[in-house]
Design a protein around this ligand. Sequence first.
Ligand SMILES: Nc1nc2c(c(=O)[nH]1)N[C@H]1C(S)=C(S)[C@@H](COP(=O)(O)O)O[C@H]1N2
Ligand SMILES: [Mo]
Length: 529
Amino acid sequence: MAAPPVSKAAVLTAWMPAMLAGIVSAAVLFAVAELAAAFFGPAASPFGSVGAAVVELSPPWLTEFAISTFATADKLVLFISMGIGATILAAGIGVLALRNWTAGALAVAALGVGMVVCVLTRAGAVPADAIPTALGTAVGLFCLRWLIRLLPGPAAPAAGAGADSDAATQDSDQGRRTFLATAGLMAGAAVVMGIAAGAVSAARNGARQVREALGLPAPARPAKPLPEGVQAPVDGAIPFVTPNAQFYRIDTALFVPSVDPADWQLRVHGLVEEDFSIGFQDLLAADLEESYTTLTCVSNEVGGGLAGNARWLGYPLRELLARARPLAEADMVLSTSIDGFTASTPLAVLTDARNALLAIGMNGEPLPLEHGFPVRMVVPGLYGYVSATKWVVDLEVTRFADKTAYWTSRGWSDHGPIKTASRIDVPRAGARVAAGRTAFAGTAWAQHRGISKVQVQLDDGDWADAKLAAEASVDTWRQWYVVRDDVSAGQHRLRVRAWDGDGKLQTETPAPPAPDGASGWHSIEFTAD
Ligand SMILES: Nc1nc2c(c(=O)[nH]1)N[C@H]1C(S)=C(S)[C@@H](COP(=O)(O)O)O[C@H]1N2
Ligand SMILES: [Mo]
């Protein structure tokens, strides 16, 4: 007998319970695994580990797109996409399990194994970290089995239609209610376990509590006080020192690593005459130095906000490396974070007179967790991806010819000096200002070379010198401003360009961030009336 034609909509409706069974089971799987993982350690989280693997395996263009498009929301976007992907996959597995239980169960098992592989290949993972994912997969599979059993078999949706006796209808109503109640209970349990997982991992985050109780020692060499007038006297100019809470954050860490200073150790080794390790107490007891340095991300677009200036407290890397005595053939230091991120920094910039620091303090506070607590690197003059390793635990003195780092093995330039850049902060692009007397202001940077001149151009007028605010040091950004009396009503364009301390004009030709930093002159449009 030929099956009656079945519409797509009817098939979907018939599959709905199976899809729901798949999704609810997946929710239980992740909730159980994440709750158990909260007791194991950050590497044990299956969701986090799959996310880390996605980041790790993503083609460079995708990672770069994500960072430049979503900037600091890139992690949220990743998790939401993963959630959507997991939901679709779980729905599919539910249908598969209904039609053929063995195939469905094998699919779940295969995904479980895949997640365990992600967990075990993660930086800092130990074999026991596989337990939460294995446990979650087992419980999820059990729930799926249970829910599928409550469903009628995979009969064609329209079969038997019209032939239902009253008893059969009642039966199937009863069955539907049992199915929905069971699925609802499981979903509720998943939500409760998910909330508990969040609470447990927050409570077990020792680093946060230790950080709050930590007092920083006074620097042996305090920062040179900021000269008067580093701040442009214009409303809306950004703060010269970026408050920690406003400081941009860029990293590949899906969950901020939690490092207890009591367990923190830094190993210094490689092409050195002496290798050694230091602990956090050694740093607290050392002669610390404090200085202002402006950090910049290589992914910053022309006019973008991925730059920040802070007062960093730390131990000079040149002194740490002097103790290790690098061999003559060495030309690079590969720094590694506890989460596996690496950066390759020219040895020369870590051993010259600049204030390259193993930093523990930011603007008078211990480093915020997301900025590398307890210890990070800060190197004036280089983009963060080749220098600013957060949660740093290992320094290997080596050679550019022998090793590559996280981003340099993904096609980014291996030396990352910061390009001269200038930005208009006032007015904001698209703003409306009063015609007549109008102030323009902004920021320019060329770390370790300094800024010697800034010019602006209004519409097609002549380029005119801006006033430069005071310079704190060549390692920090510098503010500029211009007050004009003659801004006519209407639509305008403003452009800016800067010269570095060597008298070199910043590149006019636009270039995207990859592979060694964006270039081009920033311009904005605004309306005066
Ligand atoms: N462990 C770790 N450190 C890291 C990164 C990272 O992904 N992981 N990103 C680097 C990059 S690309 C930049 S621009 C700076 C940003 O430092 P911030 O987040 O404190 O502003 O950190 C650097 N240090
Ligand atoms: Mo960066």
